[in-house]
Design a protein around this ligand. Structure first.
Ligand code: PSU
Ligand code: MN
Length: 311
């Protein structure tokens, strides 16, 4: 039986209503919950992020696949399954079809979340840090599927840059080649995920949610290739990880990943976990501070965007 197209993804009641009334909605990814954060803190974070969206007057749409059904907007039980069930896989956008056909459950990465959110008609999405080009790319060819998917999806992604475990300059170069717009929020430096700055420049800087909505409107007016807009929002300097600690622990984690032969989907969760352990939890706090800031800003951008639509 073919699936009816409008049934993918299934929207929560709250998300459906908000969309019908042109109220702001923010898509949230679930891989960060299932595979990027330690348990049981991850469930608390998932609940906290949804509450943060609501406190800004927007509606959260956490995206995930449960028993083969993609959802945008989870209830409490569904969020608990994503955060606590060992059978929950990590799904990039290429994994969606096999997961649906197999009736599998999985958390969605940036690529799968952006795809499903855009398909649902959502325009604003918040995460921690994007995937990108890994440091050993010449040997492993490991480049996150996030980049190519964002190059063909009209969605605004609020992020604290790309994960600092990556080759940041190479990732920025790929984004340029792919034609994905990058704007710094209140900064002319590309953020460094756990760090406020990666040291790399960004070409465009905005200072308000309304300005971001203006760029989104201009994208639509141009009607060019359906690429994403990355809003690069730095973690506050006061909450960043100590840069010297970051560099030392990351070098160790990268060496360990190489020695142990960690590859494919396992690389990112492995490195994030090593950083948490070897910084005594400090990287986790910086990661969470970045995500919270992104979620709050995304809600404000969604509000500015909804306001524009209502004009
Ligand atoms: N941001 C975080 N923590 C994470 C991720 C992002 O703060 O765990 C996830 C996102 O879902 C992103 C994924 O899409 O890591 C990238 O994985 P990979 O490098 O395997 O594409
Ligand atoms: Mn990868």
């Amino acid at each position: 039986m073919p699936l009816h197209s409008s049934a993918v993804p299934v929207l929560s009641e709250e998300v459906r209503e908000a969309m019908a009334r042109q109220r702001p909605v923010v898509a949230l990814e679930s891989t960060i919950l299932a595979h990027g954060l330690p348990r049981p803190r991850n469930l608390l974070v998932g609940t906290e992020l949804e509450a943060l969206v609501r406190s800004e007057g927007a509606v959260p749409a956490t995206v995930a696949v449960l028993d083969g059904v993609p959802y945008a907007g989870l209830d409490k039980d569904q969020l608990e399954r994503i955060a606590g069930d060992d059978a929950v896989r990590k799904l990039g956008h290429r994994d969606l079809a096999p997961a649906m056909a197999a009736g599998a459950s999985g958390a969605t990465t940036v690529s799968a979340t952006a795809f499903l959110a855009a398909r649902a008609g959502l325009r604003v999405f918040a995460t921690g840090g994007l995937g990108g080009v890994h440091r050993e790319w010449t040997r492993t060819q490991d480049e996150s599927a996030d980049l190519a998917l964002l190059a063909r999806t009209r969605i605004t992604v609020v992020c604290a840059g790309v994960k600092s475990i990556l080759d940041v300059p190479a990732t920025l170069q790929r984004l340029e080649t792919l034609g994905v717009g990058v704007i710094g929020y209140g900064t002319d430096r590309f953020p460094g995920f756990y760090l406020a700055s990666s040291g790399e420049p960004v070409d465009w800087t905005v200072h308000t949610p309304g300005e971001v909505a203006g760029v989104m409107a201009a994208q639509d007016a141009l009607d060019g290739p359906a690429s994403a807009l990355l809003v690069a929002n730095p973690v506050p300097v006061a909450k960043q990880l100590d840069p010297a600690l970051h560099d030392r622990v990351l070098a160790e984690a990268l060496a360990e990943a190489r020695e142990r032969g960690v590859t494919g989907q396992a690389v990112t969760p492995f490195l994030l976990e090593r950083l948490v352990t070897h910084t005594g939890g400090a990287s986790l706090e910086a990661n969470l501070a970045a995500v919270r800031g992104n979620v709050r800003l995304a809600a404000r951008i969604a509000a500015a965007w909804a306001e524009r639509a209502a004009r």
